[in-house]
Design a protein around this ligand. Structure first.
Ligand code: UDP
Ligand code: MG
Length: 324
């Protein structure tokens, strides 16, 4: 059996505290798999403001399996993953967090699933949410249930952005070059046979989480708007409902006036209705606006990320060619 290459894509944003620990751990795993696969580590520095880039440079000086890209500013984890996948040269590509919350040792059963069991992808599934705020797990559980109802996107309970993919699947993911990226949705959308590998939640090895509550809310909106037009349908439905109600109300008032005359009064209820309907219209316009805004950003066709430094083995080869 010839040896395959695995690329591990690691998005890093202010991870100087853990990056070395992570590197040691993944090297240990690479050692265990060394008979069957070679490794390439594709670190992506997502515009960190600490010494993350310096750590990457140090690692590359020692070990040429380490490649890295560095963004000109913070573009977000989704963009970092895309950039990593784009530069990955492996036959298999893994995406994994730098904070050791995604145990690198899982790469071994993942690799087995792809090479021996015929899966196209193997993904980690967190079976506990130990160490996470209660509210956050509750909200996120609800969100994925709503998303599954509204769109064809099936996000498995406990799914995290940690998986190993075959080259075919990576190429499919790369074809989805949309700017509003919601990677869990993309992985589900492209299909492919996926094996789920359960693991216990682990706390961050060091440093702190980059997700604020608002960032998560925004991420969820991205998910719903990016994969479903149900909110638009909902607004039409509410509009139709109100219109039907109005027709009946008008009929009622006309009949009442004809039969009993027209005593003045009822303007407060009218004012309430105007306010209510006005509010509803704004709500509907807001939802429309969300889609329009996304379309606007998509149409501009801006790059997903801007890299200021690219140090990969491919880049070195290119440079050598040009040097001739
Ligand atoms: N990350 C990134 N860009 C960002 C935010 C996060 O590249 O803007 C990386 C981060 O360095 C880490 C991974 O994404 O490797 C997951 O982030 P974090 O651990 O903060 O999220 P959590 O595990 O709390 O969901
Ligand atoms: Mg984390």
């Amino acid at each position: 059996m010839d040896k395959k290459k695995i690329t591990a894509v690691v998005p890093c944003y202010n991870e100087e505290a853990v990056i070395e620990l992570f590197y040691k751990e993944i090297c240990r795993v690479a050692g265990e798999l060394s008979l069957r696969a070679d490794f390439e580590f594709m670190f992506v520095n997502d515009g960190s403001s600490d010494g993350t880039l310096k750590k990457m440079q140090e690692l590359r000086r020692e070990d040429k399996r380490v490649c890295f890209l560095s963004f000109s500013r913070n573009f977000g984890k989704e963009a970092a993953m895309y950039a990593g996948l784009e530069h990955a040269t492996g036959d298999y590509v893994a995406v994994i967090d730098a904070d050791l919350q995604h145990p690198p040792a899982l790469l071994i059963p993942m690799f087995d699933a792809l090479t021996k069991e015929g899966y196209d992808s193997a993904a980690a599934q967190r079976i506990s949410r130990k160490g996470e705020p209660r509210l956050r797990s509750f909200v996120s559980r609800r969100f994925y249930r709503v998303l599954a109802k509204l769109s064809q996107i099936e996000v498995v309970e406990g799914e995290v952005d940690y998986r190993l993919m075959s080259r075919a699947m990576v190429n499919a993911v790369l074809l989805m070059s949309e700017r509003n990226r919601f990677t869990k949705g993309i992985f589900s959308w492209v299909g492919f046979k996926t094996k789920w590998i359960p693991y216990e939640n682990v706390e961050r090895a060091a440093g702190k989480t980059k997700w604020s509550f608002w960032k998560l809310v925004k991420y969820s909106m991205e998910g719903i708007i990016g994969y479903s037009t149900a909110p638009l349908a909902l607004v039409s439905f509410i509009g139709a409902l109100f219109f039907t109600f109005a027709i009946f109300a008008i009929l009622y008032i006309v009949v009442k006036t004809v039969l009993w005359g027209d005593p003045i009064g009822g303007w407060p209820s009218l004012a309430c209705m105007i306010l209510g309907v006005g509010g509803l219209q704004l709500f509907g316009m807001g939802i429309l606006g969300q889609y329009l805004g996304k379309t606007y950003l998509e149409v501009k066709n801006r790059p997903i990320y801007v890299a200021s430094v690219v140090e990969t083995n491919e880049a070195v080869k290119e440079g050598e060619k040009k040097g001739e």
